[in-house]
Design a protein around this ligand. Structure first.
Ligand code: DOR
Length: 427
């Protein structure tokens, strides 16, 4: 199957008018005015061509919670959002904590996924750090890294042991940072809204304290350490210092923590973990992203059922969906508003996650796998949760007007999404 993307503007540091020839899943030529009579031509006039996006933090819910999402619906949502690679977290049922469970999951991926899927395994059996560490030796080559996402590793001893082990295989620990001993039952961030509504609240300490602890343990063990969904200014300060000292520390931020604060919380579609923080945190995150302390954007796509989200603020599950809205939100609020360049946005969505995950992706050059996202930067459209391909409709961004919508997504040289429709595996 040969494809020729013609007349588009390819994003490198800036936009360049170039054609891209794809054959057998690979990019075989990039240049001006390519002619190939055997290729199907895709006219990209008026569009921008980006390396495919990589989301290093999603929840696909399969196996175990297929009513919330499946590999099929989650990867369709990813393709619609311009993602060509996603990394699902292991908090499924069963938890991805041994090689057999991972291989069974990869069979579902083989059958149903329309984008590349590189899963995480858990750090500990059953996600709890009072259980054994998983067989990192047998698993590490099949996974993005190890994470107990959704739950913090409570014991310093257990994090020390996990990092020591991970470092033997140069594997990454991706940490959900949350010290339960100082949560005091909090499920939103402490502030005006929590007081007004009588919601139990937490400070920034459960997150920042574990980031500080983990950075020190990572220094001692020389482990590759990645902070999931960073949300606090204190956490940023610690990561910035670790980077300055040359440590192998990276971090991700979500669109919701960059664009919303605890003052915006009106219903459970604004409830996630970590919670929306204060305005000073939001500005610290933005500054850290722009200056490079934060490496990349990840969605923490966390689909839940509508009836679960109808419960009270206390009882509803944590999480919001994000795959179908992340790029338009970030493009509109950061690039179109002139805070950042398009090149920076592509670093956050593609180049930097590829680097963190050691993937040979993130650039549109000859010889690379043809994972490509084609974007319409000029059409304004409101986020409409009713059009989501994800089963999850739990977004705080319904009605937000955005530019920067993906119009086509190509994975390994195959068009998997185009103008609202995805091409499932069997077609
Ligand atoms: O909001 C969240 N939802 N945060 C997490 O860490 C887990 C996730 C989920 O699995 O729903």
């Amino acid at each position: 199957m040969r494809l020729l993307l013609k007349n588009g503007e390819v994003i490198y540091k800036e936009k360049l008018k170039q054609d891209i020839l794809i054959d057998d899943g690979m990019i075989v030529e990039v240049g001006e005015n390519i002619i190939d009579s055997d290729a199907s031509i895709i006219d990209c006039e008026g569009y921008v061509i980006s390396p495919g996006f990589i989301d290093m933090h999603v929840h696909l819910r399969e196996p175990g919670f297929e009513d919330k999402e499946t590999v099929k619906t989650g990867t369709a949502a990813a393709a619609k959002g311009g993602y060509t690679t996603i990394c699902p977290m292991p908090n499924t049922n069963p938890v991805m904590d041994d090689i057999n469970k991972l291989m069974n999951f990869m069979k579902i991926v083989e059958k149903d996924a329309i984008v590349n899927v590189l899963p995480y395994a858990s750090i500990n059996k059953n996600l709890r750090d009072d259980h054994d560490i998983v067989d990192m030796e047998g698993i590490h080559q099949y996974v993005a890294g190890f994470s107990n996402d959704g739950i913090g590793v409570q014991s310093p001893k257990h994090m020390y042991q996990a990092m020591q082990k991970a470092n033997l295989y140069e594997a990454m620990i991706a940490a959900h940072c949350e010290d339960e001993s100082i949560l005091f039952g909090g499920y939103v961030h402490q502030g005006v809204k929590s007081r007004e509504n009588g919601w139990e609240s937490m400070t920034s300490l459960p997150e920042s304290l574990q980031i500080a602890r983990d950075v020190l343990i990572a220094e001692e063990t020389d482990c590759r350490y990645h902070v999931c969904h960073i949300s606090t200014k204190e956490g940023i300060r610690i990561v910035k210092d670790a980077k300055k000292r040359g440590q192998k520390v990276t971090c991700e931020v979500t669109p919701h923590h960059l664009l919303l604060t605890s003052l915006d919380v009106v219903d459970t579609n604004f409830k996630m973990n970590p919670p929306l923080r204060g305005i000073d945190d939001k500005y610290a995150l933005i500054q850290a992203l722009l200056e490079g302390t934060i490496d990349c954007i990840a969605t923490d796509h966390a689909p839940h059922l509508e009836n679960e989200k109808k419960r009270s603020m206390k009882e509803a599950p944590f999480g919001v969906v994000g795959l179908e809205t992340a790029f338009p939100l970030i493009y509109t609020h950061f690039v179109r508003s002139n805070m950042a360049s398009l090149g920076q946005a592509i670093e956050w969505f593609s180049i930097n996650p590829a680097k963190i995950l050691n993937l040979n992706m993130g650039y549109l050059v000859k010889g690379r796998q043809a994972d490509v996202t084609i974007l319409d930067l000029n059409t304004k459209k409101a986020v409409d949760k009713h059009t989501f391909l994800s089963k999850g409709k739990n977004t705080p961004f319904h009605g937000f007007e955005c530019y920067g919508w993906p119009v086509m997504t190509i994975v390994k040289g195959k068009v998997v999404y185009q103008d609202g429709k995805f091409n499932s595996k069997e077609e």
